[in-house]
Structure formats: C-alpha cells, structure tokens
Design a protein. Sequence first.
Length: 206
Amino acid sequence: MHPKLKRCFVFGQYANILFLLFALFAWVYYWSIRRHNLEIVALEVAAYTVETGGFLFMLFSLWNFHKIVRHRYVMKIAMLIYIIAEVIIMILDFNADRLSFYNSASMALNLSHSIFSAVICFTYLSLEPKNTSLEIAIIISEVIILSGMFGIVFGLHVYVSLFANAVAYVVFFSIMRFLLSQERIMIDCHGDKAKEYKYKSSFFDE
C-alpha cells in the first residue's frame, strides 16, 4: 500500500465534517430568519468560512487521489465535477436575494442534487470493483445520500441534501480508512512495483 494513500480519505473525511458544520450553521441561520425574522451575519460568515475550508480539504483529497492512485479517471473527474457543482450552489445561495431564478427550497434542485450526488458516490466503486466490503460501504452511503430527498416533503432548503451528503461521505471515508488499516481493500497506486508486474504478467498470459 502506498504510504500516503490514507491522505486521500483523511482529507475527504475532514472536508465532510466541515460540511456537516456548515449545514448546521445554515439550518440555524434560516431558522432564526423564519422564527424571529433575524439575520445573524456572524453566523452566515462562519457558515461560509467553514464551507470554504471543506472545499479546500476536498481539493486536497482530489489532488492526492490524482497523485497517488493509478487510473480511475472517471472517479477523479466525477470528484472534480462534484466540487465545482457544490461551489456553484454556494455562490448561487450567497447571492440568492439578487437571483430571482434561484430557490434553495426548490423540489427540482433538491431532487436533482440528491440523484447527482448518488451518481458521484457510485464512481468510488472503481477503487476496487467486486470488493464486497467496498460495495457495502457504497450502498450505505447511497442510502444516506438519497435520504436527503425527504427534505422535499417538508419544503426544506437544499442544505438538508448537503447535510445528508456530508453524513454519507463521513461514513464512507471512515469505512475506507478502516478497510485500508485492515488491508481488506487493495488500491493500485503509482510506484506500486508489485502490482505493475502482476498486471503485465496477466496481460501477456491472456
């Protein structure tokens, strides 16, 4: 196993812990507006500061996947698209008062965001296809992600879906760290001579 492979999942885990805090701050912010008609600017600043930190950790995670893990181009591109999409949602929400077409409580936005996130999560299966432990981790994460759609029933903001995503990825990256520590998943990385030899031998045998 590559000595720095763990970083990919550690950074991803930290990122989503920060996203959990962001979703919590956002929920309190909107609750204060709805219940007391009070906008707490400090809370809004804290929320976006925390979310920005989450995006930075996600970029660190993606960069480490790019440097360390061999191939998995679909997964890596999907991770990049996911980060870009979340940044766009953040920017739109930050300017929601000036954008008549944007509604964070929109059924279409919440539904599409949950489905989109589930598709992105599924690409992690490429880390080691047919690994039962990885499949179970992804199934658990998909269920949590798709549960975010229940926010539609109550007309809640997209932050419910973001919260579900963050919980799902914290669980997923935690499981991945455990599987790596137990050597129950083998991910071929750059510089892994043993696996390079194995792949070359298998190719010529066929």
